[in-house]
Design a protein around this ligand. Structure first.
Ligand code: 6PG
Length: 481
């Protein structure tokens, strides 16, 4: 037994992660796959890695030094449960099983509880960065026990991406049991929102100015040198510049306009709904994908009328700059909402999550990596209890500079009949949360009218009900919410 870490599941993500582990000083990596063929291929292709192959779970366990530590990289769901059960059979108390897939965090909470009864540690770890990240340095979001972190911490730190600003590895012990997968889920929700905002910006510029995808690629490349600098902006420029080999057209024009989703965005929204956290940007992004994927509805809906007048932008450059500002402002809202969900999730599930540390480990390796995350980290370092992220001074400044452009863009989109659900819902959230009074008072009046749901008053404590079907006097009532 001389491997200090094992990997189970050798599809692309698993084998890349195993290669990454093997390339770091001090690691010897045991590998196992359900069918041995994949294991054989991997060791044949990468003799330099010094992998320790195993044909059975028993052999795999025997090849690992104690406490045995294994990272599972298989499909979320039943496949993950099957591997956990097999490992529990051959592992011993104190050993560590890590699920590196995109598991749904309630599953992780359930698994951690069940595995803990055997004395074995179970860690749900979110891993972001796709295939490249797995190979060269992902951002890693592990949950699980403090005990497991003692062994796992140094191993994960050895393979994580390095933040360019301070050389820190992009991994932190997020919190207990499902905290890591919870945070990875919200990461993906933010990813959805960011992607949708970028897509709306592209669409507005294209339809507003008539510029070609290649010209818009240059605009995004330029944006990537400023406050919007991020991986997603960078790859957007690359996708827009790509020409389709078979037709000679921009690739973006021949890709079917129906966006897929594997579920993490929907989980983020479902969880936010039950936590009562308005993640409207993420929700709109998720729904925009759903809307795009119903051709049978889109076909019949093409008969619906649009605006009478044609959409023309007179000052193209001014409009593009407005869109850039609107994008940045909306992005601030999306991240503010996402961090709000993490804060609320931590309170609900008793996780001690350091929001500054989360922003820091997203600075490199993951899909939403961006320079911008330094500003978020700064905000939470300054005030860990910040109730609304976008009220930190840096963001207030940015929103002050961007808000009039943002309003113009949303108004233009509405007048032109161009869907900008994430831009406009972000602005509505911004105006809602900063409002002195909201018409929620009227909602409370309506609820009291038809259901005697009661209301509170601004001028004195207590709970009240108006006798709507009687003489309409007000009475004190029991609090029913
Ligand atoms: C990452 C990505 C990764 C993946 C998701 C989203 O952090 O590396 O978020 O987890 O791209 O599965 O995929 P969908 O867009 O298919 O839902």
């Amino acid at each position: 037994a001389h491997a200090n870490i094992g990997v189970v599941g050798l599809a692309v993500m698993g084998s890349n992660l195993a290669r990454n582990l093997a390339s770091r000083e001090g690691n010897t990596v045991a590998v196992f796959n359900r069918s041995y063929e994949k294991t054989a291929d991997l060791i044949a292709e990468h003799p330099e890695a010094g992998f320790v192959p195993a044909q059975t779970y028993e052999e795999f366990a025997a090849s690992l030094q104690k406490p045995r530590t294994a990272i599972i990289m298989v499909k979320a769901g039943a496949a993950t449960d099957a591997v956990i059960n097999a490992l529990v059979e051959v592992f011993e108390p104190g050993d560590i099983i890590v699920d590196g897939g995109n598991a749904y965090f309630p599953d992780t909470i359930r698994r951690e509880k069940a595995v803990r009864e055997t004395g074995i540690n179970f860690v749900g770890a979110g891993i972001s960065g796709g295939e490249e990240g797995a190979l060269h340095g992902p951002s890693i979001m592990p949950g699980g026990s403090d005990e497991s972190w003692i062994t796992l911490g140094p191993i994960l730190r050895s393979i994580a991406a390095i933040a360019p600003e301070d050389g820190e590895p992009c991994v932190t012990h997020v919190g207990h049991d499902g905290a890591g997968h919870f945070v990875k889920m919200v990461h993906n929700g933010i990813e959805y929102a960011d992607m949708q905002l970028i897509a709306e910006a592209y669409d507005l510029i294209r339809r507003g100015t008539g510029k070609s995808p290649a010209e818009i690629a240059d605009i995004f490349a330029e944006w990537n040198t400023g406050e919007l600098e991020s991986y997603l902006i960078e790859i957007t420029a690359e996708v827009l510049r790509q020409i389709d080999a078979s037709t000679g057209k921009p690739l973006v024009d021949v890709i079917l306009d129906q966006a897929g989703a594997k579920g993490t965005g929907a989980w983020t929204v479902q969880t936010a709904l039950s936590l009562g956290v308005p993640v409207s940007g993420i929700a709109e992004a998720t729904f925009a994908r759903s809307l795009s994927s119903h051709p049978e509805q889109r076909d019949v809906a093409q008969t619906l009328p649009g605006p009478d007048e044609e959409f023309t932008v007179t000052d193209g450059d001014g409009f593009i700059e407005d869109v850039r500002r609107a994008l940045y402002a909306s992005k601030i809202v999306a991240y503010s909402q996402g961090f709000d969900e993490i804060r609320a999730g931590a309170a609900e599930y008793n996780w001690n999550i350091d929001l500054a540390a989360i922003a820091k480990i997203w600075r490199a390796g993951c899909i939403i990596r961006a320079q911008f995350l330094n500003r978020i980290a700064d905000a939470y370092v300054e005030n860990a209890e910040l109730p609304v992220l976008m009220t930190a001074p840096y963001f207030v400044d940015a929103l002050t500079r961007g808000q009039s452009a943002w309003r113009r863009v949303v108004a233009t989109a509405a007048a032109a009949g161009i869907p900008a659900p994430a831009f406009s819902s972000s602005l509505a959230y911004y105006d809602g949360i900063r409002a002195d009074r909201l018409p929620a008072s009227l909602i409370q009046g309506q609820r009291d009218f038809f259901g005697a749901h009661t209301y509170k008053r601004i001028d004195r404590p207590g709970t009240f009900h108006t006798l709507w079907s009687g003489d309409r006097t007000e009475v004190e009532a029991e609090d029913t919410h």
